[in-house]
Design a protein around this ligand. Sequence first.
Ligand code: S3P
Length: 448
Amino acid sequence: MRPCLVQPVSGMGGRITLPGDKSIAHRAVILSALSSGKTTIDNIPFNNDLSATVTVFRSLGVDIEYPSGKGKGVSVTVKGAGPRGLQKPVRRLSAGESGTTMRLLAGLLCAQDFASRLSAGRQLSGRPMSRVTIPLRLMGAVISGKKKPDGEEYPPLSVRPGYLHGITYRMPVASAQVKSALLLAGLYCRETTKIIEPVMTRDHSERMLKMFGADISTVGRSGRYEVKLRGGRFPSSPGRFAVPGDISSAAFFLTLAVLCPGGRVVAEKVSLNPSRSGVLGVLKRMGAHISVRTSRDRFSRYEPYGDIEARHSILRGTVVRAEEIPSLIDELPILMVAAATAKGVTVFRKVGELRYKETDRIHSMCTNLRLMGGRCEVRERSGRIDIAVEGVKCLSGRKLRSYGDHRTAMSLYVAACCARGESLIDDISCADKSLPGFPEYMRAVSSA
Ligand code: S3P
């Protein structure tokens, strides 16, 4: 437990360069490990989740140099083992608290000719896995989780070698982790794997697979979206590339600049992938002054990125539509903070997936915002959950609880910076999951 005292800030300004995007970085390490040849990836975040992925691949016999650099972007060199070169681990594999490691590795391990078992830390052990084991079994995988009385499967996952075949799968839950697991398994199938998403989720796996030369095509953008992957064409290393900054981390700094009188911040070289940047559209719709300058280089063809500038603005409520949710799923907590002091009501539609994150984020955010004097209403109707946040003039500093969730903790930090009176967050150490050194980054651009 690392408690964190937060004083209201009187100003915010400057430029900030953040470590690389966590989602993109996981995929970069995974595909580099599977390709033959050496890959150097710059700006990989040094955080708990990436450490988990690196540790798993080292246990599978992949040679990875991952220099330490708390809260920094580091250059990682992966000597790829090739698609058939992973080795049976001598120790049990652990995904730690990283859901992306767990679910993506599930897809990959199913296709190996050795048995394995993938365990998880305390929080991740309580997160559902049937969403990934069910479609993998449809592909012929021999995988199972720990069945609990609710009928759901949880970590650890046990995997035995199976003969995989391509399938057409219509995703019942919007999940990029599940889609990516199926694509990784699909690499090892003779047939085509086709995935249909009623609402498109982040497409980092598709883009990274294209960059690594896989036979993959996509149709549609937002709304209905289809991916087709022809198995058998394995990744080949593109050599060296850099991961753009994490928009999910940038969102905290951009929102604080918008909320803080006189605030202005530029987040440099941040991912602008349209399937991830929904937060920018919503903030703009709420009246935020946000401008973007895109960069161009060899990598930006695959993953667009650029500088984002945010300035203090007066916000008004909006409706965040169900089809926008996947593009901002991780930014819902910080958008709830923005909504809490905006003029009028902001409605977030169909946000049920928030219940299955590191903690139940509907509960963690509503409980804390209410403590601070915010007004949140959770509307549940026939399995569908909407949240309505009505803006108040000013939040009040309080004793707050992160529930061990990094995005709840960082969102509360921003809320506390804009509140009247000081706040105490019970534990900020969970921020190390995605952005170690978060309070230091914040203090570098804000003044008390
Ligand atoms: C992620 C996908 C999302 C997101 C998570 C990272 C990924 O999860 O919330 O933080 O890297 O694919 P779901 O796939 O469960 O929506």
